[in-house]
Structures are given as C-alpha cells and as structure tokens.
Write a protein that binds this ligand. Structure first.
Ligand code: AMP
Ligand code: ZN
Length: 436
C-alpha cells in the first residue's frame, strides 16, 4: 500500500516518495511557550505523531527524522514573564517542560530534535544576511524586512496574489516598509527586551525566520514534509517558503505541506473569554490521555473537530470495551485494512472502523500502533471504579448506623481499612483518605 498525502501546496492527494528513503524528514511548527497548551494545540502534536509512527513503520525507526521546534522568543513571552515577575528563561523552560509532559501523556513520542529558537540566533542572522545580499531583504530603522515584491510567486501556498493580500488583510503599515506586505525578519530590542547583537543593532528575530533557520539546520535545504495547523498557512508558512527558497537558491523547502483542521469546543471557537477554554493539563485531571488521543483520532485530521464532553465519554466507553477483549501492549501486527486506511492520507476514522471489525490480535496491534498503551487507562479506570465503590460503602455504613446496626457499620469501616482506606467522620459528613 502506497502512502498518499494531501498537499496544501498542490491541493491534491499524491503518492508520497521520500527524497531519501534512508532519511525521511519532517518539520512541524511547535508551541510558543508562555502558557499551558490547550486541547487545540494537542491536535497537531497527535496527528503528526501518528504520521511519525507510520513513517517509522514504513521506512524504519532509524530512517525518520522529526523536528518540532520550541518558540522561546516572542513578545507574548516577554509580556507574560513581566506580568508574573519571573525571568523569561524560567517561564519558557517551565512551559516547555509542561508541554512535553502533556503531549507525552497523550501518547506522543518525543520528536527526534526539539530545537529552541534562542539557541539558533546565529543561523537566523546568517540567513537574513544572505537574503539582504541577494536582494530579497532590506534594513531600515533597525528592522530588516523581507521584500515580497522580490519573489514572483509569493502567495503560492495561500493561493493569493499580493493585491488580494493587501486588500484583504489588516497589515501593519510602517514608515520603514517599502510594501505593506513586507514582513519582519529582525526587529530592534530596547533595554528591557531580550536582544542579540547583530549587524543591524541589538534586536531579536521575527517568528517566521526562526522556523526557516531551524528547519534548514536540522533537515537541509529541502526536506519531505512540513506540517502545522491550518491557521499557519498564511502568513507563517507562506513566509517560511519565501525566506527559505530565496536563501537556498530557489530550492523548495518541503515537498509536501500538511495542515490539520481546527478544533472548536461545543460548536464555538475556544476562547478564555467565552469560558470554553480547556488546557490539556485540566483535561488530564479528569480523562485518561488515551481517551483524549482516541477522541481526536476519531476525526480525520483535515476536518474541523467539534470537541464535546459527550464525545469524550463515548470515546472512553469505546476504548474500555476494546480493552476488555485485548491487550495492546502485546503489539502483534495490525490488519491490512488498518494500514490501507492510514496510508490514505492518515484516514484514522477508517482505521478505527477497521479495528471494530478486526479480530483480537489485529485490534491489539492497531491500538498499539495508534499510540495507546492500556496501562494508564487501566489505572484511571480502576481509580474511578474504586472511588465509586468507596462512596457506595460509605453510604451503606451510614444507613447501617442510622438503623443502629453498629456491628455492620464497624464491619464496613474495618473492611475499607483492610484495603488501605481510612474513613473520617466529621461535621460535614464522612470523608476518606488512603492510609499512610
Ligand atoms: P501556537 O502555540 O499558537 O503557535 O500553536 C501551536 C500549534 O497548534 C500550531 O500548529 C497551531 O496551528 C495549532 N493550533 C492552535 N489552535 C488550534 C486549534 N484550535 N485547533 C487545531 N490546531 C490548533
Ligand atoms: Zn513554524
């Protein structure tokens, strides 16, 4: 079965042929680390993890290189660090660590390389210098801007002409820009803002150049797959293409561009102000990571997802039913239908349907492949069952006491104690804790 992937650049689903089957390369834009990641941010992490697993399965673990960056220089980061009165580095390290813990709980393998923007400033400066030397960028007022008029096919990913872009966007008009669509490669920093010395004075990079420089560093001028959420098509990815192609003698940055659709919550755009904002961390307090992952994969990655708690409950029930009949960790081979579905532009809903029909062995393999290990599920399912059983026992003990059947109420208390559960009677009722 040939892997076929939908390419945002061509708008067609094409057979995937790596440039080098011994070194298959993928870059995915990672998080800007200033706050807890939300469940929408989990989507690219999970979707491209499935692709990473599929590529490793097809080409061999040692022949796939997956790079996901960490954006640790950004004005939102500066503002948040100032607000919390902590050093920027402390904020970015803490947030990056939490992000890794979160996506690990969602069953995502660590990417091969996770470069940080602040550790690649010299590469960004070198790329900008080259863009200036080749007439694609200009310095003005401590800024360096990319000259979009210097690239005839600027807009090819977003499929918009320069005129349409200017008409349709609220671009920042600045006196130092030649064209309103010219975008920042470098900008000046004041004394209170992080900055690095450069030929244009002390400053910091623009967001887009970070990804171009890090992708070039770890994957070469041209690599196989570049991914991210659909919101990144314009301007971020369009600008990455412009920068990288112009500094690499016109060589394309990636053969295939892939974008996951957006996730909404209960039919609405997720926003803190709307009160429907879920961080991964909050959800993990109530739901096993596997349920969150499985729920995500029940939709095709290019479709929008309407995330609902009812959907999560359904996903939990479905997984539990499967775990009753199988042991995913054994990891035998999944069925052909399963791989046919995944190879068809990562059709995870069809792959999941094939698991419904599979025998136990194929089902177990499929679950393992999708990144589910039932260990965590079993623990949280057991914890949930225990909680219910303890609450039932407490209610039975209360009823026994009300009926003055103290032999029975003591028996229930001792029974729980023998299982390590200590009951505490207080004015607000009976609570319990695990015996220390
Ligand atoms: P950010 O940290 O905002 O740059 O986002 C990190 C990644 O999450 C990017 O690939 C975004 O496209 C993606 N993303 C952000 N919000 C959502 C959402 N609601 N649904 C799906 N993907 C999202
Ligand atoms: Zn990026």
């Amino acid at each position: 079965m040939t892997l076929r992937l939908f390419n945002t650049l061509t708008k067609t689903k094409d057979a995937f042929t790596p440039l080098d089957a011994k070194n298959v390369r993928m870059y995915v834009c990672g998080p800007t680390v200033y706050d807890f990641a939300h469940i929408g941010n989990a989507r690219p992490a999970i979707v491209f993890d499935v692709l990473f697993r599929l590529l490793r399965h097809t080409y061999g673990d040692a022949h796939v290189r997956y790079v996901r960056n960490i954006t640790d220089v950004d004005d939102k980061i500066n503002a948040r660090a100032a607000e919390r009165k902590i050093p920027i580095r402390e904020l970015t390290e803490e947030t990056a660590r939490i992000y890794m813990e979160d996506v690990t709980a969602l069953g995502c393998l660590p990417p091969s390389v996770m470069p940080r923007a602040t550790e690649h400033i010299p590469q960004m400066v070198a790329m900008i210098e080259q863009l200036i030397a080749s007439g694609h960028a200009y310095a003005a007022d401590g800024h360096v801007l990319f000259d979009v008029s210097s690239k005839a096919d600027y807009g090819k990913l977003a499929r918009r002409s320069l005129d349409e872009m200017i008409a349709g966007s609220r671009v920042e008009v600045a006196p130092y820009k030649k064209n309103p669509m010219d975008f920042v490669l470098w900008k000046p920093s004041d004394a209170a803002t992080p900055g690095w010395d450069s030929p244009w004075g002390r400053g910091r990079p623009g967001w887009h150049i970070e990804c171009s420089a890090m992708a070039g560093q770890y994957l070469g001028d041209t690599f196989d797959i570049h991914g991210g959420g659909i919101d990144l098509v314009f301007p971020h990815h369009e600008n990455e293409i412009a920068q990288s192609e112009c500094s690499h003698g016109g060589a394309p940055i990636a053969t295939v561009w892939m974008h996951n659709g957006f996730l909404q919550v209960e039919g609405e755009k997720m926003a803190k102000s709307a009160g429907n904002f879920f961080t991964i961390r909050d959800l993990l307090a109530d739901w096993p990571g596997e349920v969150l992952r499985f729920n995500m994969l029940r939709s095709h990655y290019r479709q929008p997802i309407d995330f609902t708690l009812a959907g999560l409950r359904e996903s939990w029930k479905m997984l539990e039913r499967w775990y009753d009949v199988t042991e995913p960790l054994a990891n035998p081979d999944p069925s052909n239908e399963f791989f046919d579905a995944l190879s068809d532009d990562l059709n995870t809903p069809a792959a999941i349907t094939s698991l419904h029909q599979a025998d136990d062995k194929a089902l177990a393999g499929g679950l393992g492949f999708l990144g589910f290990s039932n260990v965590q599920m079993k623990i949280s399912t057991k914890a949930r069952a225990d909680t219910v059983a303890i609450a039932d026992a407490i209610a039975a003990r209360l009823a026994a006491r009300a009926a003055k059947n103290f032999a029975e109420s003591d028996r229930i208390r001792d029974d729980l104690l023998s299982k390590g559960i200590v009951l505490k009677d207080g004015p607000g009722g009976t609570t319990w804790e695990v015996k220390k």
